[in-house]
Design a protein around this ligand. Structure first.
Ligand code: F6P
Length: 366
């Protein structure tokens, strides 16, 4: 009997809606080829490193219907980067070490012929490092931030925008009732995509994004123009990475081994700045946080994730490794892992979305 080939799938970095849809799609496509078995590594590559290993066989029963569920059945972490892995030392300290060679050896000795790594920019960089060390790996891009330039869109983004827009709509009615200024902070790291889409979809008066530093006095002027005889209301969307023209963003230092510094809290900073600059209206702040990454993916994200999952397995089948699947001009295609991580996709100041938003009367404070 022909020896079965083995595929390992894992999810790395922050989770996002649609990960399960990729896993299910890749497994479904693999099942059509009778000679493939698919396994999942629990918590990114940690499942391979742990003793004993934590690997699960992705049977039909395990993956049936999971495309509608948020999160990842394989769990994830942003602290398991094998190129810079936090290793506890006997004295209680943590030493960062490169474990890529050891990891590639382990994966091969466990009999795996290929790996599909589903993750954001950090995970794709890890895939590239492992590919260079001889691992047969294919990447699948995910992130709510939509900040990977090699793909026109990442799954998770549409869902995050929908959640943010639903929340924004709720804030509008309460802002109106109380004549208040509502500040809603959304995620996105250094990219303003979630904020910009939400501001347009929700009909915000002000949208603040990292790509366009704001002048606080221009914001106060806009707010005041909306209040007549002390009555009025203003809805602001601010991206967590937004900053004033002469200031910096709030950030807290990340945990040891974590992929990024943590952002969050600019809504409160903005509130203080507005008051200091003479805004007399009542202000309330809402930080949406991880709610944007939770729950069921939208239909669009389920479709995109499913197409990516099928394509990823097809690249494996063709032996086309060292590549990341991508959406380009409405086609599901692939790019090299090197291309995948070369540039961030950030909002262009003079781009069509900003132009349209300005046409709608949304101000950015520039
Ligand atoms: O990259 C996705 C993202 O949700 C960012 O928008 C956010 O800054 C970050 O991850 C939060 O990371 P964590 O889940 O580690 O708090």
């Amino acid at each position: 009997m022909e020896k079965k080939k083995k595929l390992l799938i894992l999810t790395g970095g922050g989770d996002c809606p649609g990960l399960n849809a990729v896993i299910r799609a890749a497994c479904k496509r693999a099942r059509k080829e009778k000679n493939w078995e698919v396994y999942g590594s629990i918590e990114a590559f940690n499942g391979v490193f742990s003793e004993p290993t934590e690997l699960v066989k992705l049977t039909r029963k395990r993956t049936a219907g999971i495309h509608v569920r948020g999160g990842t059945i394989l769990k994830t972490t942003n602290k398991g980067n094998p190129t810079n892995f936090p290793m506890p030392q006997p004295d209680g300290s943590i030493k960062m070490i490169d474990r890529t060679e050891e990891l590639v050896k382990r994966i091969k000795s466990l009999g795996f012929d290929a790996v599909i790594n589903i993750g954001g920019d950090g995970s794709q960089r890890i895939s590239e490092a492992l590919y260079k060390k001889g691992l047969s790996v294919v990447g699948v891009p995910k992130t709510i931030d939509n900040d990977l330039s090699a793909t026109d869109m990442t799954f998770g983004f549409q869902t995050a925008v929908q959640i943010a827009t639903d929340s924004f709509d709720k804030l509008v009615t309460t802002a109106e009732s109380h004549d208040r200024v509502m500040i809603m902070e959304v995620m996105g790291r250094d990219a303003g995509w979630i904020a910009l889409h939400t501001a347009i979809a929700g009909g915000a008066e002000i949208c603040l994004i990292p790509e366009i530093p704001y002048d606080i006095n221009k914001l106060v002027k806009k707010i005041n123009s909306r209040y007549v005889n002390g009555q009025g209301f203003v809805n602001i969307v601010i991206a967590e990475g937004a900053k004033p023209k002469d200031g910096t963003i709030t950030s807290s230092v990340g945990e040891k081994g974590s992929e990024h510094v943590r952002l969050g809290g600019v809504a409160y900073q903005l509130s203080q700045q507005l008051k200091k600059a003479g805004c007399t209206a009542e202000i309330r702040e809402t930080v949406l946080g991880h709610v944007q990454r939770g729950g069921s993916p939208t239909a669009f994200d389920r479709v995109l994730a499913s197409l990516f999952g099928v394509k990823a397995f097809e690249l494996v089948l063709e032996g086309n490794f060292g590549r990341m699947v991508a959406l380009k001009n409405n086609q599901i295609t692939s790019v090299t892992l090197e291309e995948a991580t070369r540039e961030y996709n950030i909002v262009s100041k003079g781009g069509p979305l900003v132009k349209a938003a300005k046409g709608l009367g949304i101000i950015f404070g520039d």
